[in-house]
Design a protein around this ligand. Structure first.
Ligand code: AP5
Length: 209
């Protein structure tokens, strides 16, 4: 199954995509994770992307389109994949449709006030890629999965979160109507517990746990 997870920052795209990846044995392709890895490794792509990510702006279309096009050619994507954070503009969606067929677009819906709370409390593990919320951590500095130090993403500062929400509304939200018109969109609430929201996603996809 070729899937897109769409939704505002903090909707839970990464959390649910990683769970579905483990369950269905298809890769989660997060452009945000790929770009952050390039930044950590100091590649020329990472250097180009850093200024945009830190400011909460979108990285130019041609950069991410090239990245995803190459990734989707890899062997592990041939049985299906979950695109997490791509496409984010109509131009990206048009490019994507020229090189792959999408089966469903899962649109996760969430109000801005909840997003602000979630993202300002998010901690991530740069080692195992785990994502956590401080409210559910015994020690907010240590990864409960691998024991390494947790960090707060630079773009999870309140002012940058507000800008990301604005960018989402202007540049990404038009994809909801775009995919609805193509008959591919399914919408699920993102404001329940992680388990409730995940069950909602399985249901619209017709998958049993
Ligand atoms: P990216 O990494 O894709 O960030 P994002 O879309 O802003 O999404 P987030 O990772 O912030 O949120 P999420 O929906 O995955 O939520 P999560 O599961 O972590 O992109 C970062 C930047 O990279 C962009 O700003 C841009 O600069 C660049 N970029 C990336 N892709 C690009 C593209 N295609 N084009 C151009 N530029 C691009 O959950 C959030 C938190 O909520 C967690 O702490 C989680 O534990 C908690 N939580 C609490 N309750 C729940 C619940 N019920 N469900 C899920 N999570 C919950």
């Amino acid at each position: 199954m070729n899937l897109i997870f769409l939704g505002p920052p903090g909707a839970g795209k990464g959390t649910h995509a990683s769970r579905l990846m483990a369950q269905e044995q298809i890769p989660q392709i997060s452009t945000g994770d790929m770009l952050r890895k390039s930044i950590r490794e100091g590649t020329s792509l990472g250097l180009k992307a850093k200024q945009f990510i830190d400011a909460g702006e979108l990285v130019p279309d041609e950069v991410v389109i090239g990245l995803v096009k190459e990734r989707l050619k890899e062997a592990d994507c041939q049985k299906g994949f979950i695109l997490d954070g791509f496409p984010r503009t109509v131009e990206q969606a048009e490019a994507l449709s020229s090189f792959v067929k999408i089966d469903k677009v899962v649109n996760i819906f969430l109000a801005d006030e909840i997003i602000l709370k979630r993202l300002s409390g998010r901690r991530v593990c740069p080692s195992c890629n785990g994502t956590f919320h401080v409210s559910r951590l015994a020690d907010e500095k240590i990864c409960p999965d691998c024991g390494k130090d947790l960090i707060q993403r630079k773009d999870d500062q309140p002012e940058t979160i507000k800008n990301r929400l604005d960018v989402y509304a202007r540049q990404t939200a038009p994809l909801i109507a775009y995919y609805q018109a193509k008959g591919l969109l399914v919408t699920v609430p993102g404001d329940g517990s992680v388990d409730e929201n995940y069950q909602g996603i399985l249901k619209v996809l017709g998958i049993n746990e």
